[in-house]
Design a protein around this ligand. Structure first.
Ligand SMILES: Nc1ncnc2c1ncn2[C@@H]1O[C@H](COP(=O)(O)OP(=O)(O)OP(=O)(O)O)[C@@H](O)[C@H]1O
Ligand SMILES: [Mg+2]
Length: 385
């Protein structure tokens, strides 16, 4: 910008890039508006949920080395909203001085479920026993390991890439590609914990949340924060989650999903090295949201407070069964009349069965009110065409 003296101001804004333009990128960019940051976004679809919120949209393939490398050159920092990015390009950018959240080495470990499980084992982090399978025939050879859960090493998300193999009869449902075969855990509760790690090693842990799943789609149905857990289990959960991020040795934000079994053993299910669906309530329910927190990490500010202002529940809005096409949101009028309810529509033009189209957050001191309103929302709002 020219000054009256004809000189130019030097723009001191930090340049940060985001790989991926889905709802996580969208909510991250909503939080960016509060900070002195110039945002860059790469995604191949200019109509993606996050595109209109960034300063600079770059069309490109986040899995392609050249696209990611060209995107990142000249940026101060980069983060991801999905694991399936070209980590070789991120490694090169890191070696050239771009700060990457999470570190490419941590991303590499996490994005391949075989390496991720091996990492837990090597670091003595409790996790369900597992075998590595290269093809479907190896399931037949290991049928004594059943009942188990088969998980594709790479490329699975939102329940796709996970198959329950109860008995030999289910083996045909397994994956004919490198995968992990994990002992079935008798799950009492699924819990998630989000932890932020700064460049200087400071950490901030959000209260654990209870995740309640839709067993058919394997997709999160609703969650309540903070989780209701006996103190002893909560300690285990926090100790294990803390160890996972220490061992990953990376700044950034991490979501650790855990199982509590019927004997109160706690196992890590998986870790995501990024903002996560289990932290969406933090936008309204906690002093610093997971998105705000990641900006603090990337811009070198002090970490925010993870304390909750009020307990919360979230309901995911999933595309209704039997509807594919331009999305219509039924029931929002009724839900928007409730004073402690916050609607987030992700701006995806097309709905498909099970597609994450938005989420709704409910705040209340009363646990019963949270569950009541969560059910009301689930029975009232439908994403159809
Ligand atoms: N070893 C196990 N024993 C019992 N249930 C399991 C096991 N592993 C996974 N599940 C069930 O399957 C769900 C999905 O598994 P996982 O989290 O590994 O897959 P995902 O595709 O990465 O899911 P998402 O991306 O939605 O988090 C879990 O939340 C849990 O309900
Ligand atoms: Mg999961």
């Amino acid at each position: 910008m020219p000054t009256s003296a004809g000189r130019f101001y030097i723009c001191a804004m930090t340049k940060v890039g985001i790989l991926g333009g889905g709802q996580l990128g969208r909510m991250l960019l909503q939080a960016a508006a509060n900070y002195p940051v110039e945002t860059y976004l790469m995604e191949n679809d200019a109509g993606c949920p996050a595109a209109h919120l960034c300063h600079h949209f770059i069309s490109g393939d986040i899995k392609n080395f050249d696209d990611v490398y060209q995107f990142g050159k000249g940026l101060d920092a980069i983060t991801i909203e999905i694991e399936s990015v070209n980590e070789a390009a991120l490694e090169k950018l890191e070696s050239e001085g771009v700060r990457i959240y999470p570190k490419p080495a941590a991303l590499k470990t996490i994005k391949n479920k075989i390496l991720q499980k091996q990492f837990y084992k090597d670091n003595e982090v409790p996790t369900a026993d597992f075998l590595i399978t290269q093809n479907i025939n190896e399931l037949t050879n290991n049928s004594s390991f059943l009942p188990a859960v088969h998980k594709l090493a790479t490329g699975g998300f939102d329940g796709r890439g996970v198959q329950v193999i109860e008995t030999k009869d289910d083996i045909s449902k397994g994956f004919d590609a490198p995968a992990v075969l994990e002992k079935m855990v008798k799950i009492k509760k699924e819990i998630a914990v989000i932890i932020a790690v700064s460049d200087t090693g400071d950490t901030a842990m959000y209260p654990a949340v209870d995740m309640i799943f839709d067993n058919r789609l394997n997709l999160l149905e609703y969650q309540v924060s903070p989780a209701v857990l006996p103190e002893k289990i909560l300690w285990k959960v926090e100790a294990i989650a803390g160890k996972v991020v220490r061992d990953l040795q990376s700044a950034g934000i991490f979501a650790i999903e855990l199982f509590v079994d019927h004997n109160d053993n706690v196992y890590v299910n998986e870790t995501a090295p990024r903002v996560h669906n289990s932290g969406h309530h933090t936008i309204e329910a906690n002093f610093s949201s997971q998105f705000d927190m990641l900006w603090r990490v990337m811009l070198g500010y002090p970490l925010g407070s993870t304390e909750h202002i009020l307990p919360a529940a979230i309901v995911n809005l999933l595309g209704a069964e039997g509807y594919s096409g331009e999305a219509v949101y039924e029931g929002l009028n009724e839900i928007l009349q409730i004073e402690n309810v916050f609607v987030h529509i992700y701006g995806k033009k097309e709905t498909r069965p099970g597609r994450k189209m938005g989420h709704i957050t409910i705040l209340s001191k009363e646990k019963q009110e949270l569950v009541h309103q969560a059910n009301r929302i689930k029975n009232t709002v439908r994403v159809i065409t």
